[in-house]
Design a binder for this molecule. Structure first.
Ligand SMILES: *[C@@H]1O[C@H](CO)[C@@H](O)[C@H](O)[C@H]1NC(C)=O
Ligand SMILES: *[C@@H]1O[C@H](CO)[C@@H](O)[C@H](O)[C@H]1NC(C)=O
Length: 469
């Protein structure tokens, strides 16, 4: 009887392992950039990621103590970054800068915060600063020694590189490091990685390499592939080809065995007018397939069977990033922690599938009170014109004609467009004259903010009608 029960328990445990091993193997990191003025406090972010998502690694671009502390007790593995400007001092053997850095930025937080890697600088090779570049490998060694001396043997050291480190990458088999840097910098760096069993960290961005012709190749969609005659491998994805180009360069120097990790890669969910390949669907295709690939254990043609520790860029849409519109829409989450699109990072909800954008918290788009009349009229013209929103209700005689003000009509049409277009933040931007709100504007005490929701949800629609009558 007892033996039967034990056997039963063992079988149950085995079944459990078989059923859930693929789930527990799911691992993904994100870059937590904070170039924004509307993000939640770090502690709220850390708790949310821990409780609601499969994200188990976070990469910081600095060593901000509030951020590091926020992840205490979450178990989430943190990568923190030494600023580029600290590299020369840390490299120096005669100074105590490396141990001072560890004492200030690691010791107070570890192990409560699971710091798993210290990045020495960010894309240092791309700075073309000879002084920084010359001190990079010595700084990595020095920091590693300081961590070991402090007893932090589990904490790894690396440094992220843009793919500008390669002088050739297409097809992948020709991959090589830039001459001059290959033997002087990369050989000793890779030797360091081999000796310390730490990953070579690269930032491959198919986004910065695609054209209209290669969009499907970049987005993991069906495409004719790129044939590499030297290896007779047919590459059907640019990310995989970029990883293999890095591998080929490493192998050329004799370091094909060193692990590769992906410090950054990603795809924006919005861009400038006329830009192709930057919808929420495109971002979901890239990031969703990326997450599946790096977790699959399939590896790449040149690195079969490998998994790649990977940090998606980025956690949040960052509204203060300079540059083209797309720069502000790399986030897998909006600033209010709603998913920017469905990429399978949320726990619960249907086997790890995130809910569709906008589900859960109800959100509305309204005209900003400060917007001028010309902008409001332009928004109406756009939303009701090429935007395709149904603006019948604000025509004279329509159910939402009153209040007959420009602000109310603009809010109605902007919201109609926002709801129909998928409720992404960028659907409510309107040249910074739109505001997303989670409080139902039809219940606002201010009559100028009264609008009708075109959510398609009958019950809330009738509720809104009641409010107007
Ligand atoms: C720290 O993160 C690593 C990598 O994800 C993980 O294996 C380890 O279990 C974490 N440690 C704790 C104490 O949660
Ligand atoms: C590469 O693979 C794609 C997709 O499977 C296929 O359409 C294409 O013909 C292949 N090209 C070569 C040269 O094998």
């Amino acid at each position: 009887m007892a033996a039967g029960w034990v056997l039963h328990a063992v079988l149950f445990r085995l079944l459990h392992l078989v059923l859930f091993s693929s789930v527990t193997a799911f691992s993904i990191g994100v870059n937590y950039g904070a170039n924004a003025d509307n993000l939640p406090p770090p502690a709220q972010v850390a708790t949310y990621l821990k409780q609601n998502t499969y994200i188990d690694r976070v990469k910081l671009f600095d060593a901000n103590p509030d951020m590091i502390r926020a992840f205490a007790g979450t178990g989430i593995a943190l990568m923190i970054t030494v600023p580029n400007t600290d590299i020369p001092a840390i490299a120096s053997r005669s100074s105590s800068a490396a141990s001072a850095w560890v004492a200030a930025h690691v010791a107070p937080f570890y192990p409560a915060t699971n710091i798993s890697l210290v990045a020495v600088g960010n894309e240092v090779m791309a700075t073309s600063d000879r002084n920084l570049i010359a001190h990079l490998v010595p700084a990595m060694r020095s920091l590693y020694a300081a961590l070991a001396a402090a007893g932090f043997h589990q904490i790894r050291v690396s440094t992220p590189h843009s793919l500008g480190i390669l002088s050739a990458s297409e097809p992948p088999s020709v991959g090589r490091f830039r001459r001059g840097y290959d033997r002087a910098i990369f050989a000793p760096m890779l030797e360091f990685h081999r000796r310390t069993r730490t990953p070579f960290l690269v930032n491959p961005y198919p986004y910065f390499g695609y054209t209209a012709r290669t969009l499907n190749y970049a987005l993991f969609r069906p495409n004719p592939g790129v044939f590499d005659p030297a290896t007779r491998i047919n590459y059907t994805n640019m990310f995989v080809a970029q990883l293999d180009a890095v591998h080929a360069a490493m192998q050329r120097l004799g370091y094909g065995d060193v692990e590769i990790a992906v410090g950054e890669t990603g795809w924006p969910s919005a861009g400038d007018a006329g830009q192709i390949g930057v919808s929420a669907e495109d971002a979901a295709s890239f990031n969703g397939n990326l997450i599946r690939l790096v977790n699959s254990g399939k590896g790449t043609p040149m690195m079969p069977g490998r998994r790649f520790e990977t940090y998606v860029f980025s956690l949040f849409n960052e509204n203060q990033k300079p540059g083209p519109t797309a720069e502000r829409y790399f986030g897998v989450f909006n600033a209010d922690l709603t998913p920017a699109y469905d990429v399978g990072l949320l726990r619960g909800g249907g086997g790890g599938k995130a809910p569709a954008p906008g589900s859960g918290v109800r959100r509305w788009c309204v005209a900003s009170a400060g917007a001028d009349g010309a902008a409001l009229q332009a928004n109406i013209n756009y939303a009701c014109g090429s935007g395709g929103a149904d603006c019948g209700p604000i025509q004279e005689g329509g159910a939402c004609f009153d209040p007959n003000t420009l602000l109310a009509h603009a809010s109605y049409s902007m919201n109609a467009y926002y709801q129909a277009a998928g409720r992404h933040d960028f659907n409510c931007d309107f040249g910074h004259t739109g505001v997303i709100t989670s409080s139902d504007p039809s219940k606002s005490p201010s009559p100028t903010l009264l609008i009708h929701s075109l959510s398609g949800e009958v019950e809330s629609k009738s509720l809104l009608m009641l409010d107007f009558n």
